[in-house]
Structures are given as C-alpha cells and as structure tokens.
Design a protein around this ligand. Sequence first.
Ligand code: GLU
Length: 421
Amino acid sequence: MSKKINPVESVQKEIKFACKKLGLGESYYELLKEPERVLMVSVPVKMDDGTVKTFTGYRAQHCTIMGPAKGGFRYHPDVCLDEVKGLSMWMTFKCAVVGIPYGGSKGGITCNPSELSKGELERLTRNYLRAINTIVGPEKDIPAPDVNTNAQIMAWFMDEFSKLKGYNVPGVVTGKPIPLGGSQGRTQATGYGVTVAVKKVCEAMKIDITKTNIAIQGFGNVGSYTSLYCSQNGAKIVAIGEWDKEIGTYALYNEKGLDIQKLFDYKAKNGTIVNYPDAKRISLDDFWALDNIDILIPAAMENAINENNVKTINAKIIVEAANGPTTPEADKILSEKGIPLFPDILCNAGGVTASYFEWVQNLMNFYWTKEEVNSKLEHILIKAFDDVYNMQKTNDVSFRKAAYLVAIKRIADNMKLRGWV
Ligand code: GLU
C-alpha cells in the first residue's frame, strides 16, 4: 500500500462528522477524540533456548462513560500504538451501536505468534497480564480474543489475574474456555452476528439469500464461522481469500460453492487450507476482482480494501466483518461506485455482545444455554441493524456514518446527563 493510514485520524473524522450532524458542540468531540488512557509496557519472556526477549505490549482505553472498557487483545507483528488506540475507539462506538454498557478498549503485543512455542506464548500472556494488571478487572476493563488470540490465551490470562488476587476472577476476561466460565456460543459469536447482518441486509435490499454468491477474505475465527453460517442459510460461498506462511496471499475459488464443513475438517487436519483440493487456487488480486459476487465480506485485517484494489471490486454489497477493513479513500470510491457498505461497528458486534453475556454470567455465577445466548444475541443485533437502517434513511448518509450517529447520540446523551458538557 502506498499511503500509511492512521486509524486514529480516520475515526476522528467520523466523530467530527457525527458531532456536527447531531448538532453537538466542540466539547463532545474534545471528549471523544483520544483514548482516556494508554499504557505501553515491556513484556520480557524467557525463551525456550534460555535467552530473554522483550516484547512491546499496549492497552488503550478510549471512553468509559457507558461502563467498563471492553475489547480484545491481539498478537501480530503490525501491532503499534496508533493501531491499538484506533481499535479502542472503534470498540466504544461498536458497544454503543448495540447498546451494551461498555466503553471501548484494545490491547496487543507486537510479535509473530507463529514463531513462538506454546510455552513461550503462555509466558508472554502471563507476563502481559502482570504488566497491565492494575488497569484491568471486571469493573475496569475486560479483555477478550482478537487477531491470533484464543480461548487458551484467555485461560492463562484469567489464571494469572486470579493468582495475583488470590481468588478466582472469571469476569476479568471473556472468550474463555467453557469449563472456566466461558459462554456457550462465544467462539462462534462474531461469525454468527455477521450472518445475522447478512440476513438483515438481504431482507432490506430485497435479495433472496439462497440466490447469493458470497466471497469472504479470511478463514480465521470470524471468516470461518461467517462462511459456515451463511452457507447454512443457503448462500453460496464461492471464494475465500487467505494467507499462508509459504506462499503469502491467495484465494480458493469454486463457482459451484465451497463445501464449508469440508473446509473446516481440512483445516483441523492440516492447519491450513492452502492445498484444499475441491477448489481452484487464484491470486488475491483476482479474488477482489471477481465479477459474480453479490456480497463481499472482508474478515481479516485493517485496510484490506484500499486504493490499490477498490477500483477492481465488482461486488454488489460489502459487509465488513474485520475491524477497519476499508480505508477512508476506498470507502469514498465505493460510495461513488454505488456499492453499499455495511460497517464493522455494526456487523461484527456479535463477538463483543456475546462477551457481554459471558461477563454477565460470570458476575451472576449463573450460566445460560447456547439457545438462550443465540436468541439474546440475535435480538440485540437485529435492533441495532434497524436503528442504523432508520438513521440512514432519515439522514441520507452512508450506513457507516449512520452507525456513528446512533452510537455518538447515545454517548452524548450520557455525557449531558452526567454533566460532562
Ligand atoms: N475482538 C473482538 C472485537 O473486535 C471482541 C471484543 C470483545 O469481545 O471484547 O470486537
């Protein structure tokens, strides 16, 4: 990519636009333009070969007026201060769009987890918790999985925090394994929620989901469950874009539709889908430019749709499953091309909503069935979609801007009532 996108600046522009459109004064923007707190820490790890390596970790908490901060932490070589800050800001607005009582946060460690052994990952996670332990906790800030972090990592995190406190604190983190107080349905929740959004989009645009071709970039947690549930709802998943250690980016294509259950089984067996036999392997450039796609779902990293590929995109609709997958410039071009885009802070909010349920269950020590979780999840996500859809209709703005209007209006009402402005 030729231009470095600063996620903080992108969100600031959205906040500014929303404050103006809602008739709010500068003070609201001043309160929202930067995270309340950012902690940067050194995380030393005793490596398997006996040497010590120090990694850089972060935790940003954006705005806590609606409740404790909430957001995942990721392990990735690109993790940096601005990325973590920007992601924490998105979390505030994501929680406010769906109306759950949280502020936004995000954390991460700059590292390449594929180069770390299981023991090194465990020590990294435990030492990260020790470094940030004073600012997290069930009433302060509740982390969760994000890119390259999973239930096992949440288990180590919860264990280390509980040891420091001297008693079990399951509510310090969500996305835990079920025996440790994790919630039914949490692992699948983001993909489940993206599928609820896809169904609502089809309903709103009067499209029959069983006649849609879908392309998904990413087959990690979010991409894989999104493809599974969309295909179970009758959509044809014709392409999946992925990344491989050996060959870099690529995509699998099958115009008759990929068998997603078979792909899951193949990945469980081989750890990758790169040599999956029942598909043609195409380049990621060709993936973006496919001309038979109804719904394109970026479900990997930020800035996936950017000035280099946006002009080649022919999909009819975009549903964002990753956080920040479209650059502001690409966003503009898509709207000029008349391609409606349904934004991340609405469409991928299923994960954090199920995290909210997990935290509530931890605080109550009373656990729900998967059916209860999914029906509550669906209820919240459908209402959020309708709120954003109606906001878009009354204000004639993009769906992204409408989502910010819904979120910032809720936060601003709280600020006014509490006397912050
Ligand atoms: N990392 C997820 C997100 O970006 C989930 C956060 C959470 O569950 O707290 O929405």
